[in-house]
Design a protein. Structure first.
Length: 186
């Protein structure tokens, strides 16, 4: 409800509703009351037009937000390098809104990563080094980094599930069950 006070002959209106505050001053009481009622009605109706960030933010934008937070906190270079690797490893999802990335999509990605060989050592161009399958611990680290991006947004108010955390839990369980570094159990 709007509150109206007279200060120095002017009508000051303050509307507080749903955590939002609006203020204005008017020469006459009738205009002040109309403005207060109008603002209350607008605040009620605006919820229909509000969109939530989780329905629009892409993985790429989420990684940028996480990187900005890391830079603000002055975290170690390894954490920033991990975000660069995440953008490479999950490049097919960068333009996808986070709420559209499902457990099934990430399970498919995990299965592809298990089969696709990588070069260990050598140059960054991938032409030298030893070709091998990624270890479960490496896959776990990559999905943990992705899960941390989701968690960062969730901690900042986004209403999202964290499908990457589901994959992390799956990998951890399969590693514990297998008790070795074989990819067969993932």
């Amino acid at each position: 409800m709007a509150s109206i006070k007279i200060i120095n002959g002017r009508y000051y209106v303050q509307v507080r509703k749903k955590g939002k505050t609006n203020c204005a001053s008017f020469a006459d009481k009738e205009t002040a009351e109309l403005w207060g009622k109008f603002k209350e009605d607008i605040i009620d109706e605006m919820e229909a037009f509000d969109f939530q960030v989780e329905y629009t933010i892409t993985l790429e934008e989420a990684v940028q937000k996480k990187r900005a937070e890391y830079l603000k906190r002055n975290v170690d270079k390894k954490s920033l390098t991990d975000l660069d690797a995440l953008e490479r490893d999950f490049s097919e999802f960068l333009k996808t809104p986070l709420h559209n990335i499902s457990d099934a999509m990430l399970i498919d990605k995990l299965n592809n990563m298990k089969r696709q060989p990588v070069f260990k050592g050598g140059r960054q161009d991938g032409k030298t080094g030893i070709k091998s399958i990624q270890a479960p611990a490496t896959l776990l680290r990559k999905f943990r980094i992705l899960a941390s991006v989701y968690s960062f947004l969730i901690q900042n108010g986004a209403k999202l599930s964290n499908p990457a955390q589901h994959i992390v839990n799956r990998i951890k369980m399969s590693i514990a069950c297998a008790g070795n570094n074989s990819n067969d159990h993932l």
